[in-house]
Design a protein around this ligand. Sequence first.
Ligand code: GH3
Ligand code: MG
Length: 265
Amino acid sequence: MTDELFVIENALADPRFADNPLVVGEPHVIFYAGRPLKNAEGFTVGTLCIIDHTPRKLGFEDRRALDDLGCWIEHIFYGRELSDLQKHMLSELDVARRASMLDPMLNVWHHAASLEILEKEMLRAFRNKSPLSVLMIDVDHFKHINDEYGHPAGDAVLIEFTKCLRSCTRPYDSIGRYGGDEFIVVLPDTKAETAHQIAERLLKALQLFPFVSEDRLIEITVSVGIGSASFSDDTPEPAELVKRADTALLMVKKEGRNGIKIFQK
Ligand code: GH3
Ligand code: MG
C-alpha cells in the first residue's frame, strides 16, 4: 500500500502486527522488509520481501541491495511485457501478411505468393536432398462453362474445384491460383510417380462428384502437367521447374485434355 521500502524490525513490538497470525503462528515473521514491485504501467503488482524469525535492523547497504534486487525484477517485468506486445504485433502482422497473399475468392495462395512458396520449398528440398514436384492444373474448356451456365456459376465451380483439390492433397502441400482457371500445387518430398498418383486421385474425384448449379449438373475435367526434380543430380531454378510442368500440361491439352503427363527431358 506504499511506494516506499516497508520495514518492521520487530513485529512483536509493533502494535499493528503483534497479534497477526503470521507473527504469533507459522511462519513467525518477526522481522519484515518489503520492496514494492511495479509493472510497466506503474501499478504495484507485488512485493519482494525478506523475513526473519528474530528482530533485525536493515542498514543502508542492505536497503540498497534490496532496492537493487527490486529494480532488477521490475526490468524483467518490463522486458516480458514488451516482448508479449511485440509477439502480439508480430502475430497480427502474420495474419495481415497471410491475408495479403491469398486469392480472395478461392482462399488459396495467389500467383506471387505461390512462387514465393515454391522458391522456399525448393531451397529446403535442395538442403535436404529430397525430391519435389509441381503440378500445373488447368480446367478444360472453362470458357464453355462460363458461356453455358453464366459467370457466377463459373465462380462457384472454381470454389468447389479448389475444395476438391484440397481434399486430394496433403496438409503440407501448397495450392496456388496461377491465374484464371490455372492452378499450381507444390508437393514437397514428392517424386514424379507419387505426384502422378495425387493427380490421378484428383481426376477420379472430379469424375465422381459433379458440381450442382441450379439443379443442373456441371461436369468438369482438368489437364495436369507434372514437373519434378530430385535435388541430388538435378537442381533446376524455380522458373525452370514451373516451365517443365507447364510444358507437360500443354502436351495434355494438345492430346485432347482430361489427362496427366510427367515432363521428360
Ligand atoms: P482450355 O481447355 O484450353 O484450358 O480451355 P479454356 O476454355 O479453359 O481456356 P482458358 O483456360 O484459356 O480460359 C480460361 C477462362 O477462364 C477464361 C476466363 O474467362 C475464365 N476465368 C478466369 N478467371 C475466372 C473467374 O474468376 N471466374 C470465372 N467465372 N471465370 C474465369
Ligand atoms: Mg482452361
